[in-house]
Design a protein around this ligand. Structure first.
Ligand code: SF4
Length: 319
């Protein structure tokens, strides 16, 4: 497992990715014209930013440099990242800062609930950094956040996007017992790319995690996603779909990997929109209730609208 221990985090000059600074630059091809995003300069964007800052919250939208931030924040859709802004893993694709995180903020669940209320969200997505340093991987903090949102916003549906809780016995069960409406855990890439792209994780552990959620509580929707453009082959993407369906995962997202800095994994290929459409078609034939596959698909993009579609798809199946 790649766990970065930062003993100098008070130093302002400390690099965001100390494990990557000495790597050679990885050059990606220029972005094609289908990767286009709106500049974040609307009134809705400014309102969302103010509420996030007033509550002292961290968002994955900002930390990961998400290309959809202009669109999502204009609609007041932000994805909160709990348990700090510093991650104990060092994935090759991710822009979140690496190092040793600080202590948990016990008031954070209330602050997330308050921001959810102020943003008037019908559906909220909560994710976190990896907290390999905590005995439960942060599972209880996730559960407290779910309970705080339920208490403050009883009509808001809740989606969690969790780490893999690798080697954290009993952690998953704590989150599932808090009953999120959607349990999302991203595979990120195909198994052959794990050692390079996601070295601290184990592919079959992640599949098993999703399967366990369904075994414990079949009413919870499960969701997972991968990025393409990281050197994977088409047949490997189709295998991932089969593996996820074996675990009874309901919702699949597939989006284009974009390189945050030259020290991150290079974009090996920009997958054209018609290939995404092809993946979407195949995934539906494999039995997913919902599939979102496009260059700018991200696991929390349009999560509220997609949750309504998920519910409708399950209801149609039950008829
Ligand atoms: S897609 Fe998700 S991470 Fe990106 S801006 Fe929208 S809510 Fe935030």
């Amino acid at each position: 497992m790649v766990t970065i221990v930062d003993t100098v985090s008070a130093t302002p000059l400390r690099p965001r990715h100390p494990e990557k600074v000495n790597r050679p630059d990885a050059l990606s091809p220029p972005k094609p014209d289908w990767i286009r995003v709106r500049a974040p300069n609307t009134r809705g964007y400014a309102d969302t930013r103010r509420i996030v800052k007033e509550n002292g919250l961290v968002t994955v939208c900002e930390e990961a440099g998400c290309p959809n931030i202009g669109e999502c924040w204009d609609k007041k859709h932000a994805t909160f990242m709990i348990m700090g802004d510093t991650c104990t893993r060092a994935c090759a694709f991710c822009n979140v800062k690496t190092g040793m995180p600080g202590a948990l903020d016990v008031l954070e669940p209330e602050h997330v609930a308050e921001a959810t209320f102020k943003l008037g969200l019908a559906h909220i997505v909560v994710t976190s950094v990896d907290r390999d340093d905590l005995a439960d991987g942060g599972a209880e903090h996730f559960a407290q956040t779910i309970r705080a949102i339920r208490a403050r916003c009883p009509n808001t549906t809740i989606e969690v996007l969790t780490p893999d809780f690798l080697r954290k016995e009993g952690a998953l069960e704590v989150v599932v017992a808090a009953k999120p409406d959607v349990f999302n855990h991203n595979l990120e890439t195909v198994p052959s790319r794990y050692l390079t792209v996601r070295p601290g994780a184990r592919y079959f552990h992640s599949i098993r995690l999703l399967q366990r959620v369904k075994e414990i509580d079949p009413t919870i929707f499960t969701k997972s996603g991968i990025m393409v453009g990281l050197g994977e082959e088409r047949h490997e993407v189709l295998q991932v779909m089969d593996d996820l369906r074996s675990a009874e995962v309901d919702f699949l997202t597939i989006g284009q990997y974009l390189q945050p800095t030259r020290k991150h994994h290079a974009v090996m290929r920009y997958v054209p929109p018609d290939e995404f459409a092809g993946y979407q078609k195949v995934a539906y034939t494999k039995g997913f209730l919902m599939v979102s596959a496009s260059p700018l698909t991200r696991s929390s993009h349009h999560a509220g609208e997609d949750f309504a579609k998920l519910q409708a798809a399950r209801a149609a199946l039950a008829r």
